[in-house]
Design a protein around this ligand. Structure first.
Ligand SMILES: C[S@@+](CC[C@H](N)C(=O)[O-])C[C@H]1O[C@@H](n2cnc3c(N)ncnc32)[C@H](O)[C@@H]1O
Length: 467
């Protein structure tokens, strides 16, 4: 790339950021180093590893439940009087954080597995320790060398990430839970995303979900599953029993010591944040979330093993259908779907800065030709979602943890664009708090450095309010 090109990238990026900052009258807040370091700590998914209950299942894109406390304590958002909403709930970090502060909350996610996950975690106070202990004993006696009585789900990936013996062992664990459910007269309610008839089955189902990656030859990365050379350290049955023991230990600890009275109401909706008809007007007075970033990550793809193994998805049609309903932060490769995207949904949010960036991207050779359309579709979807936030919010603050993205060296000011659309819809811009610089490919990083825009590829917390 020549100097002229770096100059063009620099000018376009800097102009985009400055224009939006001037229109919004905000400057990125990075001078309070102590605050930046505290925010960085709670936003980093690694900080979740030690949080009891939250760590029953590791979601790479999660922040810590402590973020809610940090935001309120540092005055970034006001404590909600009614309830807090997380419209892109994921592993439910916001809901757990609110629950432990005694704040009622409501969460929405399009992915039924995440809804199941959050329901199971936020009911930590209802599980019986003796029951869990008995189930561990039962699991100990499970003969995993015996052939499972059913075949694995249709997903072809299972054959790539598990050897036959491991897959059979996983199916034997699944069979054990299903036979327990039958014995107890329990059924999985797919609408509610949970077992009905015996609450403990949710715990066992989650323990099963949480060992699927560690038992495999794959690791999750944003764009899908990556095969790794190193095999699993432990057999599925051992992993399953350790998970149950960890759950037992967490429940015992937090019930008796940490959060004795924190059982605020939690509602979970399996739905599309672009619709949200289920939630009445003025229902909440705080919204805290992290949406999918505009970075081509595909949540349906990344969490497909859990979705299929736990029967949330039963065939490829259902799988495609779920992906089609997710926020358009990913690049669908099916040309019919792309055509439908363009005709039906594009062009709902017009912004000159965004238009100029998309124009530029259309002239560049990108690794996927869908990217310029995806970027427009992403902001269209976030615009519809933001409209819903305005209706659902009585008054209070919105805090969004979001990362900017870079394509062809140009950084998209996602944080400022989200704030801009909120301003147009009636919200009042409050602040943009710097959290950390984001990583990217070495090729992209080189361009960003040469163009002197490295620091703009950042993760921030965008705050606006409804008065
Ligand atoms: C960045 S993750 C959220 C992580 C979460 N803050 C946490 O700490 O675990 C984004 C979430 O948005 C969800 N999502 C994607 N499209 C959606 C839609 N149309 N409606 C609701 N949720 C959606 C994804 O399933 C994913 O769980």
């Amino acid at each position: 790339m020549d100097m002229e090109k770096y100059k063009r990238i620099n000018e376009l990026t800097i102009r985009s950021f400055r224009t939006l900052e001037n229109e919004l009258r905000v400057k990125v807040n990075d001078s309070n180093k102590e605050l930046v370091s505290q925010l960085k700590k709670v936003v980093n998914p690694k900080s979740c590893a030690k949080v009891p209950v939250h760590n029953w299942y590791y979601l790479k894109e999660s922040y810590s439940p402590d973020l809610i406390n940090k935001l309120i304590e540092s005055g970034i958002i006001r404590k909600p009087e009614k309830r807090l909403l997380d419209p892109f709930m994921g592993a439910g970090s916001s809901l757990l954080g609110a629950q432990w502060l005694g704040i009622p909350s409501i969460g929405v996610d399009i992915n039924p597995f995440f809804c199941f996950l959050v329901k199971t975690k936020t009911k930590w106070h209802r599980y019986d320790l003796k029951e869990i202990k008995n189930f561990v004993e039962k699991t100990k006696k499970l003969d995993t060398s015996k052939k499972a009585g059913f075949n694995p789900p249709e997903l072809s990936t299972f054959k790539r990430i598990y050897d036959n013996e491991t897959l059979n062992e996983l199916l034997r664990i699944k069979e054990l839970i299903l036979s327990e459910a039958e014995r107890r007269g329990a059924e999985f309610d797919f609408k509610a995303c949970e077992w009905r008839g015996d609450i403990h089955l949710n715990l066992y189902w989650l323990a099963f979900a949480s060992i699927l990656e560690d038992s495999s030859l794959a690791k999750k990365d944003g764009k899908g599953l990556k095969i790794v050379r190193k095999g699993p350290k432990e057999r599925p049955k051992e992993l399953f029993m350790s998970k149950l023991k960890q759950m037992y230990h967490d429940i015992k600890t937090i019930k008796s010591q940490l959060y004795p009275h924190r059982k605020a109401e939690v509602e979970v909706i399996n739905g599309d944040t672009r619709k949200l008809k289920e939630i009445p007007d003025n229902y909440v007075n705080a919204i805290v979330f992290s949406p999918p970033y505009c970075n081509t990550f595909d949540y349906t793809e990344v969490y497909k093993v859990e979705l299929w193994m736990l029967n949330f998805v039963k065939n490829y049609e259902e799988f495609r259908e779920l992906r089609n309903r997710t926020l358009r932060s990913h690049n669908l490769f099916n040309s019919d779907e792309i055509k439908r995207w363009k005709q039906e949904e594009n062009g709902k949010w017009k912004n000159e800065v965004l238009e100029e960036i998309i124009e530029f991207l259309r002239t560049e050779k990108l690794w996927s030709p869908v990217i310029p359309d995806m970027v427009q579709a992403y902001f269209d979807d976030m615009y519809i979602a933001t409209k819903n936030f305005f209706r659902i919010m009585e008054n209070g603050d919105v805090a969004i943890v979001v990362g900017n993205s870079a394509y062809a060296g140009v950084v998209i000011p996602t944080d400022l664009l989200l704030m801009k659309m909120a301003q147009e819809l009636g919200f009042k811009p409050k602040a943009v708090h710097f959290v950390r610089r984001l990583g990217t490919s070495s090729q992209q990083l080189k361009i960003l450095k040469e163009a002197h825009i490295r620091d703009l590829l950042r993760e921030t917390i965008v705050v606006y309010s409804k008065e």
